[in-house]
Write a protein that binds this ligand. Structure first.
Ligand code: ZN
Length: 509
């Protein structure tokens, strides 16, 4: 009788923004930090608390082979500053100890699955993901398949490529294919169990692209990814093109093209080189088209005053919690209040103290709300305005649509406050407003919302598309930690030369 295959699952996921406050242990524990029995329990009976990648990986193996998941450590924080170095060291040591122990048990390990973001930093380490990958390979040895999924905003380093057999990046932005990529990892691992030999080739392209230029519905990045997918053949196992994350401001920055072939390395080399050349030739198409703040607010004022006007969504792309933004800058809100704009919903401001105060006051109470009383981050200025508490919510909710679909999210204590014609959702956990349920649970009727303000760079598009089509979306140019304007990020540590900071540079793969 053949024994169940023991497969380890681990991962470290942090999209690190160099300019944001350090991501400490608490930032992980409030989002996802699980190991041992707790991780086993979630895998067995609470998968809604785990990322879509892990759910897809497990579901596919469940249907296909006799296997036993071996839980190691899964750590995920909201996008934020580099991981606290002591925390990162402890986490890595915990992963290593659990993996080593698993290797010594009967049956050892048949494979390792890493669910990773890829744009991680620790305070003293630019290639934090490479640390994790290298540790895994070091512990399990050369013969155990190691497969990973990555966010397409990640960076692939030679160290990662040397450690992993197969790396599979998301193909969609907003990232609605997390489950499918987990499935793909499981299928590729099973192919390896049956003797398939993967060869992955990495080509790094010196391009740093504005986050808003990286959507996959259309545009240069969509064209590149689609072209890569059209080249899948029996010889080509996977094509992953990771555009990277500009605000990481690290030696790892840039675009990574990773092609994995079956059996023979030559097809992967040829295709990776061709894709890198194609990306480079198209570099000038990766641009922004932002609307100045005052112009966006004037447009909102017109829409709020005219019930016949088409509703609009203002995306505060520079204060995106999904990119390390604090989700609490006041530039747009202050202007909306000063201009007395009507029929507005703002989703969502991260302010735990204010949300807590609203809960103490209760529904119907009026008070002077002071935003950012405890915040010391650049761009997060204090602002006071009189509000009425309209609604309260607390505890977990389950995503309904887009990147959080089926995933349970804890936003802590939440409140809907009204300041004249503006309703403001305030939350206690820093997440981007990418799912309509975050507002609907506070009683907001999105079909009746004339002006919706969302602190998110682009993932909101997959959540709010029921009511706001691409032509109704206005990307606003306001100050913030996640501005998509590369020149405003003041990047100090990226490898030079790099496009577009060195626009006249010459490069070939
Ligand atoms: Zn991403």
């Amino acid at each position: 009788m053949s024994q169940a295959k023991r497969i380890a699952i681990l991962g470290f996921s942090l999209e690190a923004n160099r300019s944001a406050p350090v991501s400490d242990r608490q930032s992980f524990e409030q989002t996802l930090y699980t190991s041992a029995d707790d991780f086993a329990r979630r895998l067995a009976s609470d998968r809604a608390s785990l990322p879509g990648t892990v759910r897809g990986f497990c579901a596919t193996l469940d249907e296909s082979i006799d296997w036993t998941p071996v839980p190691i450590v899964l750590a995920e924080a909201p996008p934020g500053g580099p991981a606290d170095q002591a925390f990162f060291n402890q986490m890595l040591a915990q992963m290593k100890a659990a993996l080593s122990q698993a290797m010594q048990q009967p049956g050892a390990l048949a494979g390792v699955y890493i669910s990773e973001h890829g744009a991680g930093l620790a305070e003293d380490i630019d290639d934090a993901d490479g640390e994790v990958f290298a540790m895994v390979r070091d512990v399990v040895g050369a013969d155990v398949p190691v497969l990973a999924t990555l966010d397409l905003h990640g960076h692939v380093t030679p160290r990662m490529n040397a450690a992993a057999d197969v790396m599979i990046a998301y193909l969609t932005n907003p990232h609605v294919d997390q489950f499918e990529r987990g499935t793909e990892a499981a299928q590729s691992m099973m192919e390896m169990f049956n003797g398939m030999q993967p060869h992955s080739v990495l080509v790094r392209v010196p391009m740093i692209s504005p986050a808003v230029s990286l959507l996959t519905a259309s545009g240069p990045y969509a064209d590149l990814i689609n072209y890569g997918q059209s080249k899948l053949t029996p010889k080509i196992l996977n094509v992953s093109i990771l555009a990277g994350f500009a605000p990481a401001d690290a030696s790892t920055n840039g675009m990574s093209v990773v092609v994995t072939s079956r059996g023979d390395v030559a097809p992967a080399q040829q295709l990776a080189t061709a894709l890198a050349a194609r990306a480079w030739a198209d570099r000038e198409r990766y641009t922004t088209n932002l609307t100045p703040l005052n112009q966006a607010v004037s447009q909102a004022k017109r829409v709020g005053a005219d019930s016949a006007a088409v509703p609009i969504l203002l995306a505060d792309v520079a204060d995106n919690p999904g990119g390390g933004g604090r989700g609490n800058t006041m530039y747009l809100l202050r202007e909306l209040i000063e201009q007395k704009v009507r029929q507005v919903v703002v989703g969502m401001i991260y302010d735990e103290a204010l949300a807590g105060q609203a809960h103490e006051k209760g529904v119907g109470a009026t008070f002077s709300a002071l935003f950012n009383r405890d915040e010391r981050t650049r761009f997060s200025e204090q602002f006071a305005t009189d509000v009425v508490v309209e609604a309260l919510a607390e505890g977990d909710c389950t995503g309904r649509r887009g990147i959080y679909a089926e995933r349970r999210i804890d936003l802590g204590r939440c409140a809907l406050l009204r300041a004249d014609g503006i309703r403001i959702a305030v939350v206690s956990r820093r997440h981007q407003c990418a799912d309509p349920v975050f507002l609907e649970r506070l009683g907001v009727d999105l079909s009746a919302t004339r002006v919706l303000v969302i602190k998110s760079r682009g993932h909101f598009r997959a959540g709010f598309d029921e009511h706001f089509k691409p032509e109704q979306i206005v990307e606003v140019d306001a100050p913030g930690l996640t501005t998509p304007i590369i020149e405003k990020l003041n990047l100090q540590r990226v490898p030079r030369p790099v496009y577009p900071l060195d626009p006249d540079m010459i490069w070939a793969p």
